[in-house]
Ligand binder design. Structure first.
Ligand SMILES: [Zn+2]
Length: 178
């Protein structure tokens, strides 16, 4: 796989070959941590499928774009309009995170046994407290980070400067910075 990269020292752009077998080797060593302890309950999550990742990335991208367009409007001074629109976008982001959780949870282990019923799980998520949301968010982010590929060291052929190429599976993040 060839990747173009600009040297931060001399600004020349060169193609580098990334060894895919090394990348695959790295990925195969990553373990997917699928358990979240939640008091008496254990939440079992599963990795997202490729089309699910794509779906959430596109949704997230749209919403982030709407937010940045909104902050441009804000500087033009339409206060009432922007607050209403902002609330709507934040609601949509919250809903997207909720469906991300719903999709990610495989089942819940309770002292009485495993619960697989999707409707029950969704209802349970909606009634969960902040702490739970924080935990599952952290876990999903940690798992996602693991799937980012290791940086590749390259040497610029023009000036011999060493730099790193960052390779990610996707460019956007599921969660905003707030
Ligand atoms: Zn260079």
């Amino acid at each position: 796989m060839d990747v173009s990269h600009r040297c931060p020292n001399c600004q020349s752009i060169n193609d580098y070959e990334i060894d895919l077998s090394k990348v695959l080797e790295y990925l195969s060593c990553q373990k997917y941590d699928n358990k979240i302890d939640c008091g008496q309950l254990k939440i079992i999550i599963r990795p997202l499928r490729y089309e699910e990742i794509t779906h959430f990335n596109i949704e997230n991208f749209k919403l982030q774009k709407m937010l940045s367009q909104l902050s441009r409007l804000e500087t033009q001074g339409d206060d009432n309009g922007t607050i209403k629109a902002q609330t709507e976008i934040y609601e949509k982001i919250a809903n997207m995170q909720l469906s991300l959780f719903e999709v990610s949870i495989e089942h819940i282990e309770t002292p009485e046994g495993a619960v697989h019923d999707k409707e029950f799980i969704n209802e349970w998520i909606k009634n969960s407290d902040k702490e739970f949301f924080k935990n599952i968010k952290l876990k999903l982010e940690k798992n996602k980070q693991q799937w980012d590929l290791p940086n590749q060291d390259v040497i610029c052929p023009e000036c011999k400067h060493h730099s790193k190429i960052v390779i990610t599976m996707d460019q956007s993040s599921f969660f905003g910075k707030n």
